[in-house]
Structure formats: C-alpha cells, structure tokens
Design a protein around this ligand. Sequence first.
Ligand code: NAG
Length: 207
Amino acid sequence: MFHTEQSNLSLYTVTALLILDAEGQRVLTKYYNPPHQNTPGSGIASDLGVGPGGPGMGGLTSLKEQKAFEKSVFEKIRRGGGEIHPLPPHLIITRTIVDLNFIIVGPLSTSNELMLNQTLSAFSDAVHLLLRGQIEKRNVLEGLDLVLLAADETIDDGIILETDAAAIAARVSRPKADSTDIVINEQTLMNAYTSFRDKVSQRIQQL
Ligand SMILES: *[C@@H]1O[C@H](CO)[C@@H](O)[C@H](O)[C@H]1NC(C)=O
C-alpha cells in the first residue's frame, strides 16, 4: 500500500492510465471516475479539491471527450519536449517504449509529479516483467489480460496501490500453475533413481 504524508494527495491521485500506439490509437485506457460522479461539488473529495468536481476529473466521462483528450495527449508526445507535460487542468507523464506510449494523468493542481512518475515506472516495468521483456504493441495486445490485471494492481479507483514493479507482477502471475518452480525432467528423474539405487546397494552390503 502506498501512503503519502500529504493526505490531500491520497484521494483520486490518478485521473487516467493509458497506452497509446505509435499512431495515437488506443491500446489500453483506464479512466478513474471516482464514485458519486453524479454529485459533483460535494463530499470529502470536493472539500480537498480533488475527485468529483475537482481539478482534472471533469470532461473525461464520455468516449468522445476521452478520444479528444487522447488526441491532445498524443499531440504533446509527438512534439517531444520531455516526459512531463502540463495540459491544464491535467498533468501528463509519458514514457515511450518501442512502439507504445505509456501515459499517466493526474490533476495538475494537486498531483505529485514524482509519485505519478514512480507509478508509471512501476506499471511499465511490471508489464515488462510479465511480457518477459517484450513490450511491443503486438505482445501487449496478446497479453492484454495480464496488462489489465497489472493496471488494476497498480491503481484502483484512481488511488495508487503499489509502486513496486516486482510486487505488481508477482500478484498478477501468482495464480498461474507454472509459477511453481518444480521442474521434473529426465535429469532429475535420473538423479533420483541413481540415489535410490545407491541406497539400496548400501543396504544390501550391510545385510
Ligand atoms: C521518472 O522515472 C524515470 C524512470 O524511473 C526516471 O528516469 C526519470 O528521471 C524520472 N523523472 C522524474 C522527473 O522524476
């Protein structure tokens, strides 16, 4: 669990987590609409200036709004100028890996840049681990179930859960049967047989 000292950063820190391809097309999009979206301007989140009605959360609820947003994000990436882009009211941190752009979005006024950056690194590194170092659009699409699980282990409801890539990857891959490292092959069977045979002959000599 990731806890920040400043409590106003712990609520709905992340607005969206995106993977766009080299043409700006969607590969994965997660928008974190906080609960009670229908009652903006009320509750703790509003008092803290985040969440519903807070900076960064508005204007991204419909598919049309999201696509327009993704277009302007991609435009920023294409123009270059580093990995951190203010796009008011959003703060966008991007990382290009092979033919994919990993993007994390937070509210400009309340986001902690380092925390967002660390979260983006954790997610992309976890994907790297889960896909055995093969981050490419093709592989990400093939392993999209794993990538989505990794996203859910990293951020839940806009709240950062984990910033350790290995921990994220471990949680995603734990249920798989092949994660137990017991390898039974011809050699191990041979070794077991040899040691059994030696023991038997020792016993026979002792009789
Ligand atoms: C963001 O994270 C990357 C990779 O961990 C690092 O190289 C870069 O310096 C970080 N940027 C900032 C502004 O912290």
